[in-house]
Write a protein that binds this ligand. Sequence first.
Ligand code: SAH
Length: 248
Amino acid sequence: MRIEVISLFPEWVEQVARHGMPRIAVEVGALSLHARDLRDSSGNRWRRVDDRPYGGGPGMVMEAEPLTAAVAAAKRSLGGAPRVVLMSPQGERFDQRWAERLAQEQSLILLCGRYEGLDERFVQAEVDFELSLGDFVLSGGELAAMVVIDAVARLLPGVLGHAQSAENDSFSNGLLDHPHYTRPETWRGQAVPEVLLSGDHARIARWRLKQALGQTWLKRPDLLEGIELDDEARTLLGEFISEQRVNG
Ligand code: SAH
């Protein structure tokens, strides 16, 4: 997958591919990331890309023309028909479903706003959709773009060591992940759940599903409303809930 980011801080955005899964994605050839400096498309020798808002008020607004030129350059470099995505607090909430959807794309253009935002005429004309990290306002779209790149990169083929590990992650099956344990076997007097030492893979799988259902029920009951549980899952959740009542 090829991603072009348009930003006033391209060196910062490119850092996301220096560590962790995005770095592995680049190394295995699953991802290529290029961040483009919007000022290179300013069209003026002062490299100015913003101006004061019509109607008055504080702050600056990013001008349509440099953005259009930068998107055109990114499209030329990518070829094909990449989606143009604006990072924006007004966008649809970015979640695992969105990460999975974007991971299917051949190429993407991510736009990072700054100041008060972008000239609305450009947004209407050139942006395919807007994505938000949540109901808060960042000072720029760069961190948001980096979050999207990280979440997408780890889903690209060949990136995670064990493909299975993405399938068990929170949200991938509509549930939160089960709890994890590593050595030592006893820590502060607390032993690891016995089933995990049993070597019985079927029992372990059943325990993990039960815990995933239980953690979701405890922490994010809203997620359970969105999914259809089969008979086994309903039984396991019932067991988890009655064990909670006994223990709690
Ligand atoms: N005045 C705008 C906010 C501008 S913040 C408004 O209220 O809608 C400057 C830039 O930061 C935005 O253009 C956007 O690219 C980015 N940004 C801010 N909050 C964000 C969020 N929650 N998710 C994604 N991008 C965000």
